[in-house]
Structures are given as C-alpha cells and as structure tokens.
Design a protein around this ligand. Structure first.
Ligand SMILES: [Ca+2]
Ligand SMILES: [Ca+2]
Length: 165
C-alpha cells in the first residue's frame, strides 16, 4: 500500500514538475500582460479606449493613421463595447501566442495581428526604451516556452527574418 503510494507520488512529481513549470511561465506572462495593460490604460479605468491606444502607439514611436487605433480595438473587442477590457486583452493574447501564423497564412485565416503586435512589442520591450534588444527577446521566449522551446522559437525567428518576411 505504502510502496504503491510512493510510486504514485514519484510518477506524479515528474508530470507535476512540468505542469508547474508551465504554470509558472503562464503566471509570469500574465504579470507582464497586466503591466502592459496598465501602461496603456493611462486613465486607469480598467479599459483601453481608442485615444489611449493611439497615444500609446505614438509613445512607441509609431504614428497611427486616422482611425487606426479604433480599427485595432474593433479587431479584439469581443463584447463590442468599443473598449478593450483585461479579459479581452488576455484572451486575444493567449489565442495569438498559441496561433500558428505560418500555417494560417496558407489557409487564409484572419487574426488580429495589429493589436497583438503592439502588445508583443510592449512585452518584449521590458525596459520601455521603445526598442527590443536580444536579451529582452530571449527573456520572453524563455518565460513562455521554457529552455528548449525558446531555442526553437529563436531559431524560427532568425530564419523568418532572413527570409525577408
Ligand atoms: Ca482607459
Ligand atoms: Ca470590449
């Protein structure tokens, strides 16, 4: 009885370790998402409106076209109230992190890239310097995919970069 119990524990602990690793990474990712959300939500009302997104893009050094911020919000505004709450923010992000862009391109699937790209940039740009350096990129991949996954992702990124996409 006891021996079986121990074997069971040992078996579980391997899976549990992996699961905990994933949970920790997910938890960290969420912390960064909260941080980015707060950075954009300058009025501190818990939702991102077009003016805030517009101002944030300019802060990043990007000059949006008229209506571009509204368009970005519309793409991810699941409940249609014209602003992005944190649930929508997080849902969009996790959907797109898991999304396989390469194969979706072939299928012609549509995904809200503009908003995602802005959030991704902000997560990567940890020091808020408006640029992303290699150590910031590596830190994000590590947190998100673990050691082995990070190397794969970086490899794919370098390849897609040299392919000129
Ligand atoms: Ca706001
Ligand atoms: Ca909304």
């Amino acid at each position: 009885m006891q021996r079986r119990g121990q074997a069971f524990v040992a078996q579980l602990s391997v899976e549990e370790l992996e699961e905990r690793g994933r949970d920790t990474r997910r938890e960290k990712e969420r912390e960064f998402l909260v941080r980015v959300f707060k950075r954009i939500d300058t009025k501190r009302d818990g939702a991102l409106d077009a003016k805030e997104v517009d101002a944030y893009l300019r802060k990043l050094g990007y000059v949006p076209r008229a209506g571009e911020a509204e368009q970005m919000i519309w793409e991810v505004d699941d409940d249609g109230d014209g602003v992005i709450n944190f649930d929508e923010f997080e849902a969009t992000h996790s959907r797109l992190v898991a999304f396989d862009f390469a194969s979706s391109k072939a299928r012609g699937a549509y995904e809200p890239r503009a908003f995602f790209n802005m959030v991704e940039f902000s997560i990567f740009d940890n020091d808020e310097g408006g640029t992303i350096d290699a150590s910031e990129a590596i830190a994000v991949f590590h947190r998100r995919y673990g050691q082995a996954g990070a190397m794969q992702k970086l490899d794919a990124l370098v390849k897609s970069g040299t392919a000129g996409t």
